[in-house]
Ligand binder design. Structure first.
Ligand code: URA
Length: 196
């Protein structure tokens, strides 16, 4: 796994974690992916968003959240008073599941150490878990996202807020109000004012 490094407390830096991932063949998603989608943004971010896995656009570009769900996520980030480049964005699985099917347990298990290492490297003040795969994986809690969302949790000493995934919000726009409440709770913790 991604071990010891030159970062804080001897932990690997994001660059070291990416190098360790290499041309990853640890799970079957490597056979159908075009690009590994490691993550993007500020390596010193106080706020990290964790999604589920790359879709078609992300697989083609190698960048997380650049499709329709990404457009909504970017709006959410900006409504919170951040720029996309201020925060860090990554996913539970770093390769696209074929046809955007859900990631399978063996795929999540293969990728999870890299996600955990990324969060350990960044040490943000808050992690926002977007959707059930991020929330359930990081928290090792199978509670449905509908019940988990909006409730502060602790992940390795970091405050974690579970909320709905933007792709779900595109299908169920009436739920956007709840997601915005969750993000407002995050803003309060970070001392962020909505943009003028
Ligand atoms: N959905 C996700 O969960 N992650 C992405 O990067 C894009 C869409």
């Amino acid at each position: 796994g991604p071990l010891p490094g030159t970062g804080d407390g001897g932990r690997p830096t994001l660059d070291e974690i990416r190098r360790e991932l290499g041309d990853c063949q640890r799970c079957k998603l490597c056979r159908t992916r075009k690009n590994i989608v490691f993550g993007s943004g500020n390596p010193r971010a106080e706020l990290v968003f964790v999604g589920e896995g790359p879709g078609e656009n992300e697989d083609l570009q190698g960048v997380p959240f650049v499709g329709a769900a990404g457009e909504l996520l970017t709006k959410m980030i900006e409504a919170m008073g951040f720029r996309r480049d201020d925060v860090y964005i990554c996913n539970v699985v770093k390769c696209r599941p074929p046809g955007n099917r859900n990631p399978e347990p063996d795929e999540i298990a293969a990728c999870e150490p890299f996600l955990r290492a990324q969060l350990a490297a960044i040490q943000p003040k808050v992690v926002v878990a977007l959707g059930k795969f991020a929330a359930q994986t990081l928290l090792r809690d199978s509670t449905p996202i509908t019940r988990m969302r909006g409730n502060w949790r602790t992940y390795e000493g970091i405050q974690l807020m579970p909320t709905f995934h933007p792709a779900y919000l595109l299908r169920s726009p009436a739920e956007k109000r709840k997601a915005w409440e969750d993000l407002q709770a995050v803003m309060k913790v970070l001392g962020k004012q909505p943009p003028g």
